[in-house]
Design a protein around this ligand. Structure first.
Ligand SMILES: O=C(O)CCC(=O)C(=O)O
Ligand SMILES: [Fe+2]
Length: 338
């Protein structure tokens, strides 16, 4: 695995204070980061008022790395309180950071949430949880979280994924691999562009159709790779892809893509206050294994998802997919709600 340094965008103290101040005002008004339409409208208005300097730092991902680290925000390790024992008990822990994430998300596009994930909240808490150590979800720890496209099963998945660090004493790394750095021959790209396998919903969802549901009988086959007008993009989640059903040719090409992604993968150990912004069409992300502490000092990330209106990075056929009954909730902030 390569450890090439990711592009860093540094907010100066004035720009960082501006984001903190706007988030603090919203938190004082609502007393919670739980999202209501009023709070989202307030976030949209405040985001529209952020300075040119903040906006410049949040311009689209502009290198083939497909990501950047926003640095300059800070976290008070004492004031933020102990790391919650699971997302379900996180409540308003680190609520000011939730709102800061929403403000940043809103500058970049429309924040996105899911009815069936973390009770529809727009900012998720990613913390290790007892009993989930070996899952392929954000709550695991003991196992490698293998590289994946976020919410790969769904046609309305995020264009951008944001991971904001609240605490990471053990400097546990997120991994990221860009499809724009892989070397594959044209035949493999053509094979992996052909829809041959579905991607099934991951274990973090509570209310998708169960496998017995008649509507789930025909999971749509999807393209793993796609040549968009912008360049090559991918949709990849081997842990939830029934590879055993593929032809040997497809399996071999998929294996070569997986090996290339491992070759170009970089490790990003986030420090408190840093926000990793990942282009979910270019980059698959994961996390190295670690030992959870379960003592209130565990690693704690905030996660937000963003849709960018007008993007043309995906196969048109995706628009007809059912998404397994999972509804995306989109705050249409970038179009100036309120
Ligand atoms: O824990 C991490 O660094 C990434 C976890 C992850 O895949 C996610 O939150 O979507
Ligand atoms: Fe993820």
């Amino acid at each position: 695995m390569s450890t090439g340094a990711p592009p860093v965008r540094l907010l100066d103290p004035t720009a960082a204070a501006e984001v903190d101040h706007a988030a603090g005002k919203i938190l004082t008004t609502y007393g919670t980061s739980a999202t209501s339409s009023q709070l989202l409208e307030h976030v949209a208005r405040s985001a529209a008022d952020l300075s040119e300097s903040v906006r410049r730092h949040l311009r689209p991902v502009d290198t083939d790395d497909g990501l950047f680290v926003l640095r300059g925000l800070t976290v008070d390790d004492i004031a933020v309180g102990p790391t919650p024992g699971s997302w379900a008990t996180a409540g308003d822990g680190g609520a000011a950071h939730d709102i800061a994430m929403l403000l940043l998300a809103t500058v970049m596009g429309d924040p996105l949430a899911w009815e069936g994930q973390q009770e529809g909240r727009f900012v998720h808490n990613i913390v290790p949880a007892p009993g989930h150590e070996e899952e392929q979800t954000g709550a695991s720890s003991d196992v490698l979280l293998s590289p994946h496209t976020e919410d790969a099963f769904h046609p309305d998945r995020a264009h951008l994924l944001m991971l904001g660090c609240v605490r990471n004493h053990d400097r546990v790394a997120t991994t990221a691999a860009s499809v724009r750095h892989v070397r594959l021959d044209e035949a493999d790209i053509a094979t992996l562009t052909r829809p041959e396998l579905p991607i099934l919903p991951d274990d973090a969802y509570t209310n998708v159709w169960d496998p017995g549901d008649r509507r789930a009988e025909r999971p749509p086959d999807v393209s793993t790779l796609w040549r968009s007008p912008d360049g090559l993009t991918l949709r990849f989640d081997p842990a939830y892809t029934p590879l055993a059903k593929a032809t040997p040719v497809y399996r071999a090409a998929y294996g070569r893509l997986e090996a290339e992604l491992a070759r170009v993968s970089v490790s990003v150990s986030l420090d408190p206050g840093e926000v990793l912004v990942i282009d979910n069409d270019l980059v698959v992300h994961g996390r190295v294994p670690f030992k959870a502490r379960y003592d209130g000092t565990d690693r704690w990330l905030k996660r937000a998802s963003v849709r960018v209106p007008g993007r043309t990075t995906r196969p048109p056929a995706e628009a007809g997919e059912h998404g397994y009954g999972q509804a995306a909730l989109v705050a249409c902030a970038s179009r100036g709600a309120g």
